[in-house]
Design a binder for this molecule. Structure first.
Ligand code: ATP
Ligand code: MG
Length: 360
Protein backbone atom coordinates (compact mmCIF):
# COMPACT_ATOMS: atom_id res chain seq x y z
CA UNK A 1 0.00 0.00 0.00
CA UNK A 2 1.24 3.53 -0.73
CA UNK A 3 2.30 5.49 2.36
CA UNK A 4 -0.57 7.24 4.13
CA UNK A 5 -3.22 4.97 2.67
CA UNK A 6 -5.33 3.67 5.56
CA UNK A 7 -5.45 -0.08 6.00
CA UNK A 8 -7.72 -1.81 8.50
CA UNK A 9 -7.76 -5.26 9.98
CA UNK A 10 -11.36 -6.31 10.58
CA UNK A 11 -12.16 -9.31 12.79
CA UNK A 12 -15.09 -11.31 11.47
CA UNK A 13 -17.05 -13.43 13.94
CA UNK A 14 -20.07 -14.85 12.07
CA UNK A 15 -20.93 -17.38 14.84
CA UNK A 16 -24.38 -19.01 14.77
CA UNK A 17 -27.57 -19.49 12.77
CA UNK A 18 -27.96 -16.89 10.01
CA UNK A 19 -24.83 -15.10 11.34
CA UNK A 20 -22.52 -16.68 8.71
CA UNK A 21 -25.00 -15.91 5.90
CA UNK A 22 -25.32 -12.22 6.71
CA UNK A 23 -21.65 -11.67 7.65
CA UNK A 24 -20.40 -13.15 4.37
CA UNK A 25 -22.87 -10.86 2.57
CA UNK A 26 -21.51 -7.92 4.58
CA UNK A 27 -17.91 -8.79 3.73
CA UNK A 28 -18.78 -9.07 0.04
CA UNK A 29 -20.35 -5.60 0.07
CA UNK A 30 -17.49 -4.06 2.09
CA UNK A 31 -14.90 -5.61 -0.21
CA UNK A 32 -16.71 -4.32 -3.29
CA UNK A 33 -16.91 -0.85 -1.76
CA UNK A 34 -13.24 -0.75 -0.77
CA UNK A 35 -12.16 -1.88 -4.26
CA UNK A 36 -14.46 0.59 -6.00
CA UNK A 37 -13.40 3.57 -3.88
CA UNK A 38 -9.72 2.63 -3.83
CA UNK A 39 -9.10 4.90 -0.81
CA UNK A 40 -8.47 2.40 1.99
CA UNK A 41 -7.82 -1.32 2.43
CA UNK A 42 -9.89 -3.76 4.44
CA UNK A 43 -8.31 -7.03 5.51
CA UNK A 44 -10.58 -9.55 7.20
CA UNK A 45 -9.42 -12.01 9.81
CA UNK A 46 -11.95 -14.80 10.36
CA UNK A 47 -12.67 -16.37 13.73
CA UNK A 48 -14.72 -19.56 14.03
CA UNK A 49 -15.95 -18.84 17.56
CA UNK A 50 -19.58 -19.75 18.15
CA UNK A 51 -21.74 -22.60 19.35
CA UNK A 52 -20.02 -25.27 17.23
CA UNK A 53 -16.70 -24.18 18.75
CA UNK A 54 -18.33 -24.36 22.19
CA UNK A 55 -19.57 -27.92 21.64
CA UNK A 56 -16.05 -28.95 20.67
CA UNK A 57 -14.03 -27.02 23.28
CA UNK A 58 -16.47 -26.48 26.16
CA UNK A 59 -16.11 -22.72 25.90
CA UNK A 60 -16.86 -19.99 23.41
CA UNK A 61 -13.51 -18.23 23.33
CA UNK A 62 -9.90 -19.39 23.50
CA UNK A 63 -7.50 -17.84 26.04
CA UNK A 64 -5.91 -15.49 23.53
CA UNK A 65 -9.22 -14.26 22.03
CA UNK A 66 -9.12 -10.76 23.50
CA UNK A 67 -5.45 -10.28 22.59
CA UNK A 68 -6.21 -11.25 19.01
CA UNK A 69 -9.22 -8.95 18.83
CA UNK A 70 -7.19 -6.07 20.26
CA UNK A 71 -4.91 -6.47 17.26
CA UNK A 72 -7.83 -5.56 14.98
CA UNK A 73 -9.32 -2.13 14.19
CA UNK A 74 -12.95 -3.28 14.41
CA UNK A 75 -15.08 -6.39 14.77
CA UNK A 76 -17.95 -7.49 12.51
CA UNK A 77 -20.19 -9.85 14.44
CA UNK A 78 -23.07 -12.07 13.25
CA UNK A 79 -25.30 -13.60 15.89
CA UNK A 80 -24.92 -16.05 18.77
CA UNK A 81 -27.37 -18.62 20.09
CA UNK A 82 -28.25 -22.24 19.36
CA UNK A 83 -31.33 -24.33 20.15
CA UNK A 84 -29.39 -26.86 22.27
CA UNK A 85 -27.51 -24.33 24.43
CA UNK A 86 -29.23 -22.12 27.05
CA UNK A 87 -29.31 -18.51 25.78
CA UNK A 88 -27.64 -17.12 28.89
CA UNK A 89 -24.66 -19.46 28.35
CA UNK A 90 -24.17 -18.44 24.71
CA UNK A 91 -24.79 -14.73 25.28
CA UNK A 92 -22.39 -14.48 28.23
CA UNK A 93 -19.95 -16.93 26.64
CA UNK A 94 -19.39 -14.99 23.45
CA UNK A 95 -21.01 -11.59 22.98
CA UNK A 96 -20.74 -10.23 26.50
CA UNK A 97 -17.34 -11.91 26.92
CA UNK A 98 -16.15 -9.56 24.18
CA UNK A 99 -18.18 -6.38 24.92
CA UNK A 100 -17.36 -6.18 28.62
CA UNK A 101 -13.56 -6.60 28.70
CA UNK A 102 -13.19 -4.44 25.58
CA UNK A 103 -15.06 -1.66 27.43
CA UNK A 104 -17.65 -1.26 24.69
CA UNK A 105 -19.87 0.67 27.05
CA UNK A 106 -21.96 2.54 24.49
CA UNK A 107 -24.39 0.55 22.39
CA UNK A 108 -25.76 2.72 19.60
CA UNK A 109 -28.85 1.81 17.60
CA UNK A 110 -29.87 4.18 14.80
CA UNK A 111 -33.39 3.69 13.48
CA UNK A 112 -34.99 5.21 10.43
CA UNK A 113 -37.29 4.04 7.67
CA UNK A 114 -35.21 3.19 4.62
CA UNK A 115 -36.53 4.10 1.16
CA UNK A 116 -38.93 1.48 -0.17
CA UNK A 117 -39.67 0.09 3.27
CA UNK A 118 -42.84 0.92 5.15
CA UNK A 119 -43.57 1.17 8.83
CA UNK A 120 -46.37 -0.97 10.29
CA UNK A 121 -47.61 2.32 11.77
CA UNK A 122 -50.08 4.03 9.44
CA UNK A 123 -49.33 7.42 11.07
CA UNK A 124 -45.59 7.14 10.44
CA UNK A 125 -43.73 8.20 7.30
CA UNK A 126 -39.98 8.44 6.69
CA UNK A 127 -39.73 11.99 8.00
CA UNK A 128 -41.43 11.04 11.29
CA UNK A 129 -39.01 8.37 12.38
CA UNK A 130 -35.32 9.20 12.65
CA UNK A 131 -33.98 8.09 16.01
CA UNK A 132 -30.78 7.03 17.70
CA UNK A 133 -31.14 4.90 20.79
CA UNK A 134 -28.10 4.92 23.07
CA UNK A 135 -27.99 1.89 25.33
CA UNK A 136 -25.82 1.59 28.42
CA UNK A 137 -23.85 -1.56 27.57
CA UNK A 138 -21.69 -2.40 30.59
CA UNK A 139 -23.74 -2.54 33.80
CA UNK A 140 -27.31 -1.93 35.00
CA UNK A 141 -29.72 -4.82 34.94
CA UNK A 142 -27.34 -6.97 32.86
CA UNK A 143 -24.41 -6.75 35.28
CA UNK A 144 -24.80 -10.45 35.98
CA UNK A 145 -24.94 -9.83 39.70
CA UNK A 146 -27.24 -12.01 41.77
CA UNK A 147 -27.77 -15.53 42.94
CA UNK A 148 -30.12 -18.33 43.77
CA UNK A 149 -30.74 -20.41 46.85
CA UNK A 150 -33.13 -23.06 48.07
CA UNK A 151 -33.77 -24.21 44.53
CA UNK A 152 -36.48 -26.65 45.48
CA UNK A 153 -40.16 -26.85 44.73
CA UNK A 154 -41.30 -25.67 48.14
CA UNK A 155 -39.35 -22.48 48.44
CA UNK A 156 -36.93 -20.99 45.94
CA UNK A 157 -35.37 -17.58 45.66
CA UNK A 158 -33.41 -15.78 42.97
CA UNK A 159 -32.03 -12.25 42.81
CA UNK A 160 -30.90 -10.20 39.82
CA UNK A 161 -29.26 -7.06 41.14
CA UNK A 162 -28.92 -3.99 38.92
CA UNK A 163 -25.65 -2.12 39.28
CA UNK A 164 -25.42 1.58 38.59
CA UNK A 165 -22.09 3.31 39.17
CA UNK A 166 -21.43 7.03 38.89
CA UNK A 167 -18.62 6.24 36.47
CA UNK A 168 -20.89 4.07 34.33
CA UNK A 169 -23.94 6.34 34.30
CA UNK A 170 -22.09 9.62 33.80
CA UNK A 171 -20.07 8.31 30.87
CA UNK A 172 -23.15 7.03 29.00
CA UNK A 173 -25.00 10.29 29.70
CA UNK A 174 -22.10 12.29 28.35
CA UNK A 175 -21.96 10.05 25.29
CA UNK A 176 -25.71 10.48 24.72
CA UNK A 177 -25.58 14.28 25.09
CA UNK A 178 -22.68 14.38 22.60
CA UNK A 179 -24.72 12.26 20.20
CA UNK A 180 -27.77 14.51 20.59
CA UNK A 181 -25.61 17.61 20.09
CA UNK A 182 -24.19 16.20 16.85
CA UNK A 183 -27.67 15.81 15.34
CA UNK A 184 -29.71 18.64 13.79
CA UNK A 185 -32.51 18.67 16.38
CA UNK A 186 -30.18 18.55 19.42
CA UNK A 187 -32.81 16.71 21.40
CA UNK A 188 -32.39 13.96 23.99
CA UNK A 189 -34.97 11.88 25.85
CA UNK A 190 -33.68 10.29 29.04
CA UNK A 191 -35.64 7.12 29.77
CA UNK A 192 -36.10 6.12 33.38
CA UNK A 193 -38.29 4.19 35.78
CA UNK A 194 -37.64 6.22 38.89
CA UNK A 195 -41.21 6.08 40.12
CA UNK A 196 -40.98 2.37 40.93
CA UNK A 197 -37.24 1.71 41.14
CA UNK A 198 -36.32 4.13 43.86
CA UNK A 199 -32.57 3.51 44.14
CA UNK A 200 -30.80 2.83 40.88
CA UNK A 201 -33.21 4.78 38.70
CA UNK A 202 -33.31 7.81 40.99
CA UNK A 203 -29.52 7.79 40.88
CA UNK A 204 -29.70 7.53 37.06
CA UNK A 205 -31.89 10.67 37.01
CA UNK A 206 -29.52 12.57 39.31
CA UNK A 207 -26.54 11.76 37.09
CA UNK A 208 -28.56 12.85 34.04
CA UNK A 209 -29.35 16.25 35.54
CA UNK A 210 -25.71 16.77 36.47
CA UNK A 211 -24.42 15.97 32.97
CA UNK A 212 -27.24 17.96 31.31
CA UNK A 213 -25.77 21.11 32.87
CA UNK A 214 -22.70 20.62 30.65
CA UNK A 215 -24.93 20.74 27.53
CA UNK A 216 -27.12 23.85 27.71
CA UNK A 217 -27.62 23.73 23.93
CA UNK A 218 -29.28 20.28 24.03
CA UNK A 219 -33.04 20.14 24.69
CA UNK A 220 -33.75 17.19 26.93
CA UNK A 221 -36.71 15.59 28.59
CA UNK A 222 -37.23 12.65 30.90
CA UNK A 223 -39.74 9.88 30.40
CA UNK A 224 -40.80 6.69 32.17
CA UNK A 225 -40.05 3.64 30.04
CA UNK A 226 -43.66 2.48 29.95
CA UNK A 227 -44.83 5.87 28.70
CA UNK A 228 -41.95 5.85 26.22
CA UNK A 229 -43.32 2.76 24.44
CA UNK A 230 -46.64 4.52 23.79
CA UNK A 231 -44.86 7.68 22.66
CA UNK A 232 -42.79 5.68 20.15
CA UNK A 233 -45.97 4.29 18.65
CA UNK A 234 -48.27 7.33 18.87
CA UNK A 235 -45.89 10.28 18.47
CA UNK A 236 -42.72 9.03 16.75
CA UNK A 237 -41.97 12.49 15.33
CA UNK A 238 -41.39 13.92 18.83
CA UNK A 239 -38.37 11.64 19.39
CA UNK A 240 -34.76 12.13 18.28
CA UNK A 241 -31.96 10.78 20.49
CA UNK A 242 -32.81 8.46 23.40
CA UNK A 243 -30.67 7.19 26.26
CA UNK A 244 -31.76 4.26 28.41
CA UNK A 245 -30.40 1.51 30.62
CA UNK A 246 -29.14 -1.82 29.37
CA UNK A 247 -32.54 -3.53 29.84
CA UNK A 248 -34.84 -0.69 28.87
CA UNK A 249 -32.91 0.18 25.71
CA UNK A 250 -32.73 -3.49 24.73
CA UNK A 251 -36.51 -3.65 24.67
CA UNK A 252 -37.09 -0.18 23.18
CA UNK A 253 -34.66 -0.82 20.34
CA UNK A 254 -36.40 -4.04 19.24
CA UNK A 255 -39.65 -2.06 19.19
CA UNK A 256 -37.91 0.70 17.23
CA UNK A 257 -36.60 -1.80 14.67
CA UNK A 258 -40.04 -3.28 14.17
CA UNK A 259 -41.58 0.19 13.77
CA UNK A 260 -39.00 0.95 11.08
CA UNK A 261 -40.02 -2.13 9.10
CA UNK A 262 -38.20 -5.25 10.29
CA UNK A 263 -35.79 -6.55 12.88
CA UNK A 264 -33.75 -7.71 9.86
CA UNK A 265 -32.62 -4.21 8.85
CA UNK A 266 -31.48 -2.66 12.13
CA UNK A 267 -27.82 -2.18 13.08
CA UNK A 268 -25.97 -2.01 16.38
CA UNK A 269 -22.60 -0.54 17.27
CA UNK A 270 -20.89 -1.58 20.49
CA UNK A 271 -18.44 1.26 20.97
CA UNK A 272 -15.46 1.90 23.16
CA UNK A 273 -15.66 5.68 22.73
CA UNK A 274 -12.13 6.09 24.15
CA UNK A 275 -10.78 4.25 21.12
CA UNK A 276 -8.48 2.17 23.33
CA UNK A 277 -10.16 -1.04 22.15
CA UNK A 278 -11.76 -2.08 18.87
CA UNK A 279 -15.50 -1.54 18.63
CA UNK A 280 -17.93 -4.21 17.47
CA UNK A 281 -20.66 -3.91 14.84
CA UNK A 282 -23.56 -6.33 14.39
CA UNK A 283 -27.15 -6.56 13.17
CA UNK A 284 -29.58 -6.39 16.09
CA UNK A 285 -31.31 -9.61 15.13
CA UNK A 286 -30.37 -12.98 16.60
CA UNK A 287 -29.41 -16.32 15.13
CA UNK A 288 -32.95 -16.97 13.76
CA UNK A 289 -32.71 -20.76 13.43
CA UNK A 290 -36.16 -20.92 11.83
CA UNK A 291 -34.73 -19.49 8.60
CA UNK A 292 -31.08 -20.64 8.83
CA UNK A 293 -29.70 -22.26 5.69
CA UNK A 294 -32.64 -21.22 3.52
CA UNK A 295 -30.80 -18.30 1.91
CA UNK A 296 -33.56 -15.86 2.83
CA UNK A 297 -31.97 -13.94 5.73
CA UNK A 298 -32.16 -10.19 5.29
CA UNK A 299 -28.57 -8.90 4.99
CA UNK A 300 -29.53 -5.20 5.30
CA UNK A 301 -28.97 -5.09 9.09
CA UNK A 302 -25.40 -6.26 8.48
CA UNK A 303 -24.91 -3.80 5.59
CA UNK A 304 -26.07 -0.95 7.81
CA UNK A 305 -23.80 -2.18 10.64
CA UNK A 306 -20.93 -2.28 8.13
CA UNK A 307 -21.69 1.33 7.20
CA UNK A 308 -21.63 2.30 10.88
CA UNK A 309 -18.26 0.57 11.16
CA UNK A 310 -16.82 2.57 8.27
CA UNK A 311 -18.14 5.80 9.80
CA UNK A 312 -16.54 4.89 13.14
CA UNK A 313 -13.22 4.24 11.35
CA UNK A 314 -13.47 7.79 9.97
CA UNK A 315 -14.90 7.07 6.51
CA UNK A 316 -18.25 8.84 6.77
CA UNK A 317 -18.52 9.38 2.99
CA UNK A 318 -17.95 5.71 2.27
CA UNK A 319 -20.58 4.85 4.87
CA UNK A 320 -23.08 7.21 3.25
CA UNK A 321 -22.34 5.73 -0.15
CA UNK A 322 -22.99 2.23 1.19
CA UNK A 323 -26.36 3.28 2.66
CA UNK A 324 -27.26 5.16 -0.52
CA UNK A 325 -26.64 1.93 -2.45
CA UNK A 326 -28.70 -0.13 0.00
CA UNK A 327 -31.64 2.29 -0.18
CA UNK A 328 -31.47 2.50 -3.97
CA UNK A 329 -31.92 -1.27 -3.97
CA UNK A 330 -34.70 -1.47 -1.35
CA UNK A 331 -36.51 1.32 -3.20
CA UNK A 332 -36.70 -0.79 -6.37
CA UNK A 333 -38.53 -3.50 -4.41
CA UNK A 334 -35.62 -5.93 -4.15
CA UNK A 335 -36.28 -7.28 -0.63
CA UNK A 336 -36.24 -10.43 1.45
CA UNK A 337 -39.30 -12.23 2.81
CA UNK A 338 -39.36 -10.41 6.18
CA UNK A 339 -39.95 -7.16 4.24
CA UNK A 340 -42.68 -8.69 2.11
CA UNK A 341 -40.35 -9.38 -0.83
CA UNK A 342 -39.26 -12.64 -2.43
CA UNK A 343 -35.56 -12.06 -3.04
CA UNK A 344 -32.82 -14.23 -1.63
CA UNK A 345 -29.91 -12.98 0.49
CA UNK A 346 -27.52 -13.36 -2.46
CA UNK A 347 -29.77 -11.40 -4.83
CA UNK A 348 -30.02 -8.44 -2.47
CA UNK A 349 -26.25 -8.60 -1.93
CA UNK A 350 -25.42 -8.73 -5.66
CA UNK A 351 -27.71 -5.80 -6.37
CA UNK A 352 -26.15 -3.69 -3.61
CA UNK A 353 -22.68 -4.48 -5.00
CA UNK A 354 -23.78 -3.46 -8.51
CA UNK A 355 -25.25 -0.26 -7.13
CA UNK A 356 -21.99 0.57 -5.33
CA UNK A 357 -20.03 0.10 -8.55
CA UNK A 358 -22.54 2.26 -10.43
CA UNK A 359 -22.38 5.10 -7.88
CA UNK A 360 -18.63 5.30 -7.39
P1 ATP B 1 -32.03 -14.27 19.75
O1 ATP B 1 -32.45 -15.30 20.72
O2 ATP B 1 -30.57 -14.06 19.69
O3 ATP B 1 -32.83 -12.99 19.87
P2 ATP B 1 -33.72 -15.43 17.75
O4 ATP B 1 -33.37 -16.72 17.08
O5 ATP B 1 -34.80 -15.34 18.74
O6 ATP B 1 -32.38 -14.85 18.30
P3 ATP B 1 -34.35 -12.94 16.50
O7 ATP B 1 -33.23 -12.31 15.84
O8 ATP B 1 -34.75 -12.42 17.81
O9 ATP B 1 -34.08 -14.48 16.53
O10 ATP B 1 -35.52 -12.87 15.45
C1 ATP B 1 -36.83 -13.31 15.65
C2 ATP B 1 -37.36 -13.77 14.31
O11 ATP B 1 -37.31 -12.72 13.35
C3 ATP B 1 -36.52 -14.88 13.71
O12 ATP B 1 -36.92 -16.12 14.20
C4 ATP B 1 -36.74 -14.71 12.23
O13 ATP B 1 -37.90 -15.37 11.80
C5 ATP B 1 -36.91 -13.22 12.08
N1 ATP B 1 -35.63 -12.59 11.67
C6 ATP B 1 -34.65 -12.15 12.48
N2 ATP B 1 -33.61 -11.68 11.78
C7 ATP B 1 -33.94 -11.80 10.47
C8 ATP B 1 -33.26 -11.50 9.25
N3 ATP B 1 -32.03 -10.95 9.20
N4 ATP B 1 -33.90 -11.77 8.10
C9 ATP B 1 -35.13 -12.31 8.10
N5 ATP B 1 -35.82 -12.62 9.22
C10 ATP B 1 -35.23 -12.38 10.41
MG1 MG C 1 -35.01 -13.06 19.89
Amino acid sequence: APPGRPSYKIASIPADGIGPEVVSAGIQVLTTLAQALDEFDLNFEHFDWGSAYYREHGRYLPDDALERLKGCNAILFGAVGAPDIPDHISLWGLRLAICQPLQQYANVRPTRILRGISSPLSNCSRKDLDWVIVRENSEGEYAGHGGTSHLNEAWSVATEVSIFTRHGVERIMRFAFEMARSRPRKKLTIVTKSNAQRNGMVFWDLCAVKIAAEYPDVHWDKMLVDAMTTRMVLHPETIDTVVATNLHADILSDLAAALAGSIGIAPTSNLDPTGANPSMFEPIHGSAFDITGKGIANPVGTFWSSAEMLAWLGHREAANLLMESVENVTETGIKTLDLGGNNKTVEVTERVCQEIERLV
